[in-house]
Design a protein around this ligand. Structure first.
Ligand code: NAD
Length: 371
């Protein structure tokens, strides 16, 4: 019997409700006798941790996150904590986890389920069957580079500075993540930067080219200017398989790609750290892209698909359970094809359900697919 350890951090608002549906699915997987068992532990994060401990995440929780095979995170924040000290604000819990676990690679898939193709702002034929993975560098670049300041000049004007900064090592490790992923998918990587106007773009292109040559000559690589990439994403998104890019461009391009596919309630993500030198295991955190949605929290209205699909990504990328990951993805597609919808993705002629009914329908579909 193999045991996989998961730390569940539901957080605040709808995070608690959508995580309950992940637990429902885990219970089903644990009821099977197929040699794999999930051992789960839950802890507080965000506003819930602040209420209990006065901090957005405790040292003990960070230690548990480091020890787990994967962390599944819900969402944090809400108006209740608007006035708490800056360092203890709910979002600080997530930022600390990302930093302490060294999560430098953010994976954001943009998948368009056929049943939802009409919910996209693009034409059905452009998005139906879309399956892109955006790999965003998460801990470097202009969001962190120093100097980062606003200074007042002698003439009284102000000057703001952010610094875009990348080292060879930072680019190498994110490029390797992209090539590794491409091998498990369509075997194609687009590397997006602005080498025409940015020195970091020149280095980015150089290093990705070198990594490709030495590490992944079997994968198809294309370089693309980030502005052209933005345009191509709405012109012909299906030309892409994996897109690797820096922190800033990744922030923008991943939102753009994601919204080609419909609602926030559908979008999972993964953040990965470096592989351990001995075991090869990467620290990892899986979370929906959406927040805690205080406007609908506590009413059973939230769409659990983004959180359930995040657990699906954990199966694929941290737990070596690709077959189960496929089953979860196919179950979500089957439930959508059957016409069930939560309020955020409701369409005429479909059946509106709540969080629990959607979660149960996904588990029922999983049961059918494994039997
Ligand atoms: P949000 O993602 O929480 O909500 C935006 C809109 O989308 C809301 O109308 C909400 O009802 C809807 N929505 C989001 N997820 C949904 C789901 N699963 N099902 C149905 N509808 C859904 O973003 P916001 O309103 O800007 O932020 C609310 C709080 O969440 C803030 O405190 C913010 O700081 C926090 N936040 C946290 C994270 C995170 O934990 N990673 C991310 C974004 C925002």
């Amino acid at each position: 019997m193999t045991t996989k350890t998961l730390l569940l951090l539901p957080g605040d608002g709808i995070g608690v409700e959508t995580m309950a549906e992940v637990e429902r699915l885990i219970s089903f997987f644990n009821s099977r006798k197929n040699g794999v068992r999930f051992e789960t532990e839950s802890d507080l994060v965000g506003g819930a941790a602040y209420d209990a401990h006065g901090v957005a995440v405790t040292d003990q929780c960070v230690a548990k996150a480091k020890a787990a095979d994967a962390v599944i995170f819900g969402a944090v924040g809400g108006p209740k904590w608007a006035g708490v000290p800056y360092a203890a604000r709910p979002e600080a819990g997530l930022l600390r986890l990302r930093k302490d676990l060294g999560l430098f690679a953010n994976l954001r898939p943009a998948i368009c389920y056929p049943a939802l193709a009409d919910a996209s702002s693009l034409k059905r034929e452009l998005v139906e069957g879309l399956d892109i993975m955006i790999v965003r560098e998460l801990t470097g670049g202009v969001y962190f580079g120093e100097p980062k300041e606003i200074v007042t000049l002698e003439n009284g004007e102000k000057r703001a500075v952010d610094t875009q900064l990348y080292t060879t090592h930072e680019i190498e490790r994110i490029a390797k993540v992209a090539f590794d992923l491409a091998r498990k998918r369509g075997n194609k990587v687009h590397s997006a930067e602005k080498h025409n106007v940015m020195r970091t773009g020149v280095l980015w292109k150089e290093v990705v080219t070198a990594v490709h040559k030495s590490y992944a000559p079997d994968v198809q690589l294309e370089h693309i200017l980030a502005d052209n990439c933005a345009m191509q994403l709405v012109r012909n998104p299906k030309q892409f398989d994996v897109i690797v890019t820096d922190n800033l461009f990744g922030d923008v391009l991943s939102d753009e790609a994601a919204m080609c596919t419909g609602s926030l309630g559908m979008l999972p993500s993964a953040s990965l750290g470096a592989p351990d030198a001995k075991t090869g295991k990467r620290m990892s955190l899986y979370e929906p892209v959406h927040g805690s949605a205080p406007d609908i929290a506590g009413r059973g209205l939230a769409n659990p698909i983004a959180t359930v699909a995040s657990f699906g990504m954990a199966l694929r990328y941290s737990l070596d359970m690709a077959a189960e990951a496929d089953i979860v993805d196919n179950a979500i597609a089957a439930v959508l094809a059957s016409g069930l919808r939560t309020g955020d993705i409701m369409q005429p002629g479909m059946t509106q359900v709540g969080t629990g009914e959607m979660g149960k329908a996904i588990v029922d579909a999983v049961k059918k697919l494994v039997s």
